[in-house]
Write a protein that binds this ligand. Sequence first.
Ligand code: AMP
Ligand code: MG
Length: 277
Amino acid sequence: MRLEPVPLGTTPALDDAAAAPPADLPGQRELRSQLDELGERFAQLQAALYAENRRAVLAVLQARDTGGKDGAIRHVFGLVNPMGIDITSFKAPTALELSHDYLWRVHKRVPPRGIIGVFNRSHYEDVLVVRVHDLVPPDTWRARYDQINAFERHLADNGVTIVKFCLHISREEQRRRLMDRLREPNKNWKFNAGDLEERERWDDYTAAYADAIRLTSTTWAPWYVVPADRKPVRDVLIAQVMVETLERMEPHYPGATVTAAELLKRLESETIADVGP
Ligand code: AMP
Ligand code: MG
């Protein structure tokens, strides 16, 4: 069980079958121990990235309603030191945000050196919901794929490693999860009146996702389509990609400096009398 990035120019499979767990699905207990093990590696790599303080990682999470972005953030990014994680949830743009270009609010939230940024929704909404609901003319959203590639290229060239996840669920799984939100009082808050209307546009969203992924899965910012009907599978697959991405970056703790050695000698030879009042 392992994900490959979508090659640029390839239309990803986004049908119901693509949301099901892979054929070589491990058992429940094995999935749990895989996530534990990945979590340990993830935490070690994240600590080194933070200490190195030279490069950043940006994980973009996109999904339909109930696709599992919140759960993935908790279960995967919750495995590392929260101090090194910067999560941004992008909602419908405010009046101020709308008075700027669509990447303005996004660029401001790009993680600084040493940090793993997580986007819960992202600039991709500007070619997804915006396209499906005709919020801008077609020429405007069509021009955005190239703009997004150029933006992400700029970030990649400036020390931000980007990985993008499309958490893909089936129509039936979304129905189940929406019903859950309506049935369980503590989940009611997650249900939005608009969710059913969005669901009716299922095929429009599929087309918009397919185009976005096909046109922007670059070598510098690849897309992974995560089969997300089963939550533990989703979490293990995302954790694997994060660990492999960080392993390729080989973050290093900064070496001991000459000053550190000298200061250490001073502290070692210190007697209590030296630090008296
Ligand atoms: P939620 O993720 O359930 O909190 O919902 C956030 C909402 O904000 C979703 O309905 C998104 O479609 C919407 N949203 C996010 N970004 C944009 C955007 N750029 N334009 C319009 N709607 C957006
Ligand atoms: Mg929602």
